[in-house]
Design a protein around this ligand. Structure first.
Ligand SMILES: Nc1nc2c(c(=O)[nH]1)N[C@H]1C(S)=C(S)[C@@H](COP(=O)(O)OP(=O)(O)OC[C@H]3O[C@@H](n4cnc5c(N)ncnc54)[C@H](O)[C@@H]3O)O[C@H]1N2
Ligand code: MOO
Length: 394
């Protein structure tokens, strides 16, 4: 059996970043920027007022003398003249600061009487001027690769970048296998269960900006599996669910091999997830996940997430983990790295992690209560309450 790190490395070796396509900004949410893009303009494009009030010369208002209001600068327009001594221009938030002014006197800090304003003694001392280019200037890059969330999208809009080079969305074909499975919404007979793994994986995959195609459930025979595997195009990755272990009806690997699968590895020293398999079927990378529902989802986090990141040009890396303090003693671990379902809490700024009491890989209700995977290394000795241990937040 190979280690989790070796398995991930071999999976990543099967994958190349996908092609780049141009999309309009309004359709770029959640996509991965594939090349650096550059601001088309300065922002703000002029020095701008941050408040409603009066553009003045700071030296004038310190004297306590009244100032004469000689014009107005509102957002979308500007005051064209130059401010002279003891003059003020009425100004609004976002409007250009007129020539000669170096300070915005907010309207709460003065009294207006006709065309005159008198500054109050007890004033706010901020200048309230946003300098030209203070946010970014023309040519400022947004560096690739980066996932485009709301902050990036609004920044790019402000940079006046109307279309963007992004990675094509990976297409993942999902194949659940097993005679006991029926699709959600159908009526199972007494010996059947509802197929959940394909829906859980679809949610995980689509949350990362990829497209999941749920194919028909394959029955536990080579003909049916072959027929469904033959439906897997178009796809950038084939993920099978179940049929991975050593039982008489675990036929995924042997059937795929008949179809030309080149196996990269089979079996990983991890719990849950031991019967994981990966390879290349014809030209498409394929990952065979174990059928136990929690095993499938844990492998989804540990392998499918990094695999999709690789297809999206986000590099080759394992999911980030961080240390947290154990909230109770735990026994030594066996020979496989254990990803324990756990709850992670921030207590007074310190992360505390508690493994859930039931760790069987069939328990979706336990997975749903977990918000982290606690990593127990292979053959780790017993750990004590308060020990620091690595966790992957989910
Ligand atoms: N003698 C051995 N038996 C098993 C071993 C082993 O090493 N020796 N490994 C165990 C481990 S670990 C796992 S994990 C499972 C994985 O088996 P398979 O990948 O072949 O999965 P199945 O047998 O098809 O199913 C296991 C379990 O999960 C349920 N299942 C399957 N697919 C779905 C689905 N889409 N949605 C919901 N539930 C699903 C299935 O009904 C079974 O209950 O093998 C152990 N056995
Ligand atoms: O490793 Mo299996 O994946 O325990 O449930």
């Amino acid at each position: 059996m190979i280690s989790v790190d070796q398995a991930l490395d071999q999976i990543l070796n099967l994958l190349e970043p996908l092609e780049v396509e141009e999309v309009p900004l309004a359709q770029a949410s959640g996509r991965i920027l594939a090349r650096d893009v550059f601001a088309q303009r300065d922002q703000p494009p002029f020095s701008a007022s941050a408040m409603d009030g009066y553009a003045v010369r700071l030296g004038d208002i310190d004297t306590g003398k009244p100032l004469e209001v000689i014009g107005e600068s509102a957002a979308g327009g500007r005051f064209d003249g130059t401010l002279g001594p003891y003059q003020a221009v009425r100004i609004f938030t976002g409007a250009p600061v007129p020539e000669g002014a170096d300070h915005i006197l907010i309207q709460e800090d003065c009294t207006r009487d006709g065309a005159q304003i008198t500054p109050h003694d007890n004033r706010d001392h901020s200048s309230y001027i946003r300098p030209r280019g203070g946010d970014f200037s023309q040519g400022t890059p947004l560096k690739a690769p980066v996932r485009l969330g709301p902050a990036e999208i609004s920044l790019l809009a402000s940079m006046n970048i109307a279309t963007l080079p992004v990675r094509r969305r990976p297409i993942v074909a999902l194949i659940a296998t097993g005679d006991e499975l029926v699709a959600v919404g159908e009526t199972p007979d007494a010996n059947q269960i509802i197929s959940s793994n394909n829906y859980g994986l679809k949610a995980l995959i689509e949350g990362l900006g990829a497209v999941a195609r749920i194919l028909p459930i394959a029955h536990d025979n080579a003909d049916d599996l072959t027929a469904v595997l033959n439906m897997s195009q178009p796809s950038d990755l084939i993920v099978t669910l179940g049929g991975a272990s050593v039982g008489d009806y675990d036929l995924v690997q042997s059937t795929a091999q008949e179809m030309g699968l080149e196996t990269a590895f089979y079996k990983v020293a991890m719990r849950p997830g031991k019967p994981l398999m990966a390879g290349r079927l014809r030209s498409t990378p394929m990952i065979g996940l174990p059928g136990n529902p929690v095993s499938a989802m844990v492998c989804g986090h540990v392998f499918i997430r990094p695999a999709l990141n690789a297809l999206l040009g986000l590099g080759r890396s394992a999911l980030p983990s961080q240390p947290a303090s154990l909230s109770r003693d735990i026994p030594p671990n066996g020979p496989r790295r254990h990803y324990m379902r756990a709850t992670l809490e921030n207590i007074d700024g310190k992360l505390s992690v508690q493994p859930l009491s039931r760790q069987d890989s069939s328990l979706l209700s336990v997975l749903q209560q977990a918000n982290a995977l606690l990593i127990r290394e292979a053959n780790a000795p017993a750990a004590k309450q308060g020990d620091l241990i690595e966790v992957i937040p989910l």
